[in-house]
Design a protein around this ligand. Structure first.
Ligand code: C2E
Ligand code: MG
Ligand code: MG
Ligand code: MG
Length: 279
C-alpha cells in the first residue's frame, strides 16, 4: 500500500516536473518570437527624493506584450526563464538600448531624469556588457549619470574580478549603482566595502512589517545606519501607505519608491508627472 502510494507520488512528481519544463520551453520560444517582433515595453517608476518630494530618477521595468495577450507573463516569471535559456543577453540589450533612447529623448526636451535599469547576473557574465553600455551612451549622446544600474547582492557576490573591475570603471565614470532587493541575499555586510555601489534599495519585504513589527523595523534601522555610515544613499521600495512613507521619512532615507507615489507608468505619463512637479 505504502509502496504503491510512493510510486504514485513519484509519477505525480515527474509529470508535473515535465509539465513545468514544457511550459518553460513554450514561454522561452514565445519570448524569442516576441524579441523578433519587438513586443516588449519599458515602464518607468519614479524614485522620490524624500527632501523635496520630487523625482529626478526612475526605474525601468520591462513588460512583455505579445500580440496574443494570453501568452503574457510577468517579469518575475519570464526573466528567470530568459536567464536559463540564454535569451537574457538579447533581452537585456533591448532594455539597455530602449532606456538609452528614452534618456536621450528626455534630455532633448530638457527633462532631467536618470533611468535605472535592472541588470541580471547572466548579462554581466557576457564580457561585452560594459562595452555595449559605453557604445549606447556614445550613440545616444548620454553622460554616465544618465543611466544607473541595479544589481542584486547575489550577483555582486558571484561576480569575478573582471566584472567587478568593469563595475568599478563605470562607477569611476559617475554611474550610479544600486544594490537591489537589499537584505534578501547574502547576509554579511562587510562585503559592501569591496563593491563600487552608491545606493542600497531595501527590499519591500522589510517594509511590510515595519514599523509595527519590531524585528522588521530593527532590520530597517540597522540597514539605514550601516548604509549611511558607508556613505551610501538609501532607497526604500514598495512604499504603499502614508504610514510607511512617514516611517521612511523618520529613518532619514534619501529616496522612496512605490505604489503610493506611482505605479510603473509609460514614458509619456512620466513626462506629464515631471512637468506637473516642475510647476
Ligand atoms: P525589482 O527590480 O525589485 O522591481 C521592483 C518590483 O516591485 C517591480 O515589479 C515593481 O513593479 C514592483 N513594485 C513597485 N512598487 C511596488 C509597491 O508599492 N508594491 C508592490 N507590491 N510592488 C511594487 P515588476 O515590474 O513585476 O518586476 C519584478 C522583477 O523583475 C524586478 O524586481 C526585477 O528583478 C525583474 N525585472 C523587471 N524588469 C527587468 C529588466 O528590464 N531586466 C531584468 N534583468 N530584470 C527585470
Ligand atoms: Mg530593481
Ligand atoms: Mg527590488
Ligand atoms: Mg526584485
Amino acid at each position: 500500500q505504502a509502496k504503491a502510494e510512493g510510486r504514485n507520488r513519484y509519477h505525480f512528481f515527474t509529470s508535473t516536473l515535465s509539465h513545468r519544463l514544457r511550459e518553460q520551453r513554450r514561454i522561452a520560444a514565445n519570448l524569442r518570437e516576441s524579441l523578433r517582433n519587438d513586443e516588449f515595453e519599458l515602464l518607468f517608476q519614479p524614485q522620490i527624493d524624500v527632501k523635496t518630494g520630487k523625482f529626478a530618477s526612475c526605474e525601468a521595468l520591462l513588460r512583455w506584450c505579445p500580440k496574443d495577450k494570453t501568452k503574457a507573463v510577468t517579469p518575475d516569471v519570464f526573466i528567470p526563464i530568459a536567464e536559463r535559456g540564454e535569451l537574457i543577453g538579447d533581452l537585456g540589450d533591448w532594455v539597455l538600448k530602449k532606456a538609452c533612447q528614452q534618456a536621450q529623448a528626455w534630455k532633448e526636451k530638457g527633462i532631467a531624469i536618470r533611468i535605472d535599469i535592472n541588470v541580471s547576473g547572466k548579462e554581466l557574465e557576457k564580457s561585452s556588457y560594459f562595452d555595449s553600455l559605453t557604445a549606447y551612451r556614445a550613440e545616444y549622446a548620454l553622460s554616465p549619470e544618465d543611466i544607473g544600474l541595479e544589481l542584486t547582492e547575489n550577483v555582486l557576490i558571484k561576480s569575478d574580478s573582471t566584472i567587478l573591475d568593469g563595475l568599478k570603471a563605470q562607477r569611476d565614470l559617475g554611474v550610479e549603482i544600486s544594490i537591489d532587493d537589499f537584505g534578501t541575499g547574502y547576509s554579511s555586510l562587510s562585503y559592501l566595502k569591496h563593491f563600487p555601489v552608491t545606493h542600497l534599495k531595501i527590499d519591500r519585504s522589510f517594509l511590510d512589517g515595519a514599523p509595527e513589527n519590531d524585528f522588521d523595523s530593527a532590520l530597517m534601522e540597522a540597514i539605514v545606519n550601516v548604509g549611511h555610515k558607508l556613505n551610501l544613499k538609501i532607497v526604500v521600495e514598495g512604499v504603499e501607505t502614508e504610514s510607511q512613507s512617514d516611517y521612511c521619512k523618520s529613518l532619514n532615507v534619501e529616496f522612496v519608491q512605490g505604489y503610493l507615489f506611482s505605479r510603473p507608468i509609460s514614458a509619456d505619463a512620466i513626462e506629464t508627472l515631471y512637468v506637473e512637479q516642475s510647476k
